[in-house]
Write a protein that binds this ligand. Sequence first.
Ligand SMILES: NC(=O)c1ccc[n+]([C@@H]2O[C@H](COP(=O)([O-])OP(=O)(O)OC[C@H]3O[C@@H](n4cnc5c(N)ncnc54)[C@H](O)[C@@H]3O)[C@@H](O)[C@H]2O)c1
Ligand SMILES: O=P(O)(O)OC[C@@H](O)[C@@H](O)[C@H](O)[C@H](O)CO
Length: 388
Amino acid sequence: MTRPNDSKTALHFGAGNIGRGFIGALLAHSGYRVVFADVNEQVIGALRERGEYDIHILDLEARTERVQGVTGVLSTGDETVPAIAGADLITTAVGPNVLKIIAPTLARGLEERAQAGAGPLNIIACENKVGASAFLRGQILPHLSGAGRAYLEQSVGFPNASVDRIVPPFEGEDVLDVGVEDFYEWYVEGPAFKGGIPQIEGMKVTDDLMAYVQRKLYTLNTGHAIAAYLGSLRGLGTVADAMGDPETAEQVREAMEQSGAALVQTHGFDAAEHAAYIERIEARFKNPHIHDEVTRVGREPVRKLGPQERLIGPARMARDLGLPAHALLRGAAAALHFRNAEDPQAQELQALIAEKGLAATVTQLTELPQGDELHTRILEGYAELQPA
Ligand SMILES: NC(=O)c1ccc[n+]([C@@H]2O[C@H](COP(=O)([O-])OP(=O)(O)OC[C@H]3O[C@@H](n4cnc5c(N)ncnc54)[C@H](O)[C@@H]3O)[C@@H](O)[C@H]2O)c1
Ligand SMILES: O=P(O)(O)OC[C@@H](O)[C@@H](O)[C@H](O)[C@H](O)CO
């Protein structure tokens, strides 16, 4: 059977959970030869040696899927620039903070393409960040010559995307094994593609990406983060444990309902469909087959407290519409309590609070001025929430 992308190559930065467990797998199933670029020598070595790996679907009906036709390059090595020059599509799932690190390498690859007179290319950043592909474009531009810049402007699309599949770290028999939930959803911004939209199994194209990005980030990631931060405060180890605690589960639901009311008004979603969307997410959080530590879900609290992010973004949206936001702000307050000796941003957060005080830290991270009602409510929430 021929597939739409047989004989094409996709280069995917980040052979981690989402890379192997979601985006890379869809690309391979759609016929692409998938080249993963990563800094992890063990994973890249195994991908090169074996050319395939297994995905374990951790749900009511457990099953295993084999992903074939894959290989790897070290993103710091000599092969990555030619791989960029020869790719038909580039995707990333490295984490929002790593985009600026891979930007100079991408720029070198684009220079080669410009010199070779190559055709159009699309680069899709599959990260939990509003406008991640556009952000990556902005990081690449300063590294380009005039010719490279002209090629980028004319021939390189940076469609933004929303990616949803819960993929925690997985202890398999093999280093390449990955464990995922059955559910997945990938929306990409149609009008931003250059040179036609590739046919990829499971990739949905939309003209209104912001609605889908906010629907996912301000519902799933909002509830997820609040489950993690309240769970962590209450000594609970995983998201499923946190959702097993009736008070935490109720507070998570209340927050998703508050962001939901704001999203329904902002984007015109059907209220009943949005309620069903929340219910589905709650069931995903409770999936007993997924072991997702609150430390992973709460990782990088400085990023998660940002003004457009999953806690403050929907709280501001609700406030601007005259809707309640207290459960969302309780989540932000819980985030400020987050401690994890292995998470540099959790360390940075506690150091900031110790050095500058809570009020100044909240302003620095959320951009909410002191005296703003949301700022005040976060401080009150912080005082009410005490570690177990
Ligand atoms: N895991 C999930 O449930 C999930 C779901 C949706 C979206 N996301 C988003 O996907 C992105 C990746 O998350 P993840 O959970 O897969 O993280 P991860 O840590 O499992 O994977 C990231 C990978 O990037 C690699 N990496 C780091 N620096 C690199 C560099 N300079 N060059 C190339 N590779 C580099 C790491 O070695 C790692 O393999 C994040 O933006 C996250 O928010 C995650
Ligand atoms: O990846 P982060 O750190 O932005 O957020 C942690 C989790 O909420 C996230 O990875 C979810 O599992 C994922 O967004 C589900 O689609």
